[in-house]
Design a protein around this ligand. Sequence first.
Ligand code: PEP
Ligand code: MG
Length: 371
Amino acid sequence: MTSSAMGKEFQTFLGWADDVKRLDVRANADTPEDAQKARDFGAKGIGLTRTEHMFMAQDRLPVVQEMILADDVAGREAALAKLLPMQREDFYGILKVMAGFPVTIRLLDPPLHEFLPSKEELLVEITKLKCLNGDKEEIAEKEALLKRVEHLSEFNPMLGHRGCRLGITYPEIYAMQARAIFEAVAQLTKEGYEVEPEVEVPLIIHINEFKRLKDLINGVGDAVKEETGVDFSYTVGTMIEVPRAALTTDQLAKEAQFFSFGTNDLTQTTFGFSRDDAEGKFLHTYVDQKVLPVSPFVTLDESGVGKLMDMAIKAAREVDPDFLIGICGEHGGDPESIELCHRLGLNFVSCSPYRVPIARLAAAQAAIQNK
Ligand code: PEP
Ligand code: MG
């Protein structure tokens, strides 16, 4: 269904839903095209832009790999300098489409080996090249890549070197992304657009991570303001994706300007199982045999994950009663979970663009049910 195919009557109906609902509905979007779709469907902003999807594009992957394979900071910075204009263009496009509404841009989150070929793939290629007396230089290159892949491989990537841990260990990556955001913001501000960027740090577990990365982001913000002569505003916040973050929002709320619950990860880390393994191996048995009423990845687990969210929200709102809090995990598009988000007092839910109409309706139903 396209937004124009929604029909006038349905749009009017959704307008009535908007009049009743308290939750804002935003969308998860990584491209200007998706952002436009989201806007057409009535999204009031972007609740999550996953910047890694921009790194995966065919023309960028080789540069990303060059950055990962670099031996030192200088090598990484040289590759990052090539990525900067591409990222700036991405952010320019999304922020422009969403002018007048907030756009949450998340800094790099997945482990770096996700951008490299797999060990098995490389081993096959190297063996083939050797059997066919292939080019020695190419074999040496592939062997070097294999070494790097082996070095980056992890036993539990979901719990490994990812999220803001990348920003702490390779600050130049986050510095490039922050620069790309701010340069796009400065340009759009000069052109007269009102943009509302929210820079988001993923997978925070400790206040000290956030403080350090916030300083880095603000340092880049100040530099871009000075270089461009443009004054612009932005906020810096964090995702709440692990129990420790949820349990320490009293501290985090003093430093951050917004939170967004990443309930995909928060569900994994609260339950202590990885989604990929659980869904592939045992979760269906749990649901079939009613050990669990429903997959916690589809509908929020109110008594566990929901309780953590409740505590986290209450602690943050003690620091600031107006503290902005949303959800951007897949639950943000699930009507039952949206009802819980309403009761918990979230400010917004964010879901895929196509789910925005359903989410608007579910938010209105939640408001009526809980009057
Ligand atoms: C989440 O964890 O809920 C989230 C939105 O992040 P991702 O799914 O990209 O890990
Ligand atoms: Mg996550």
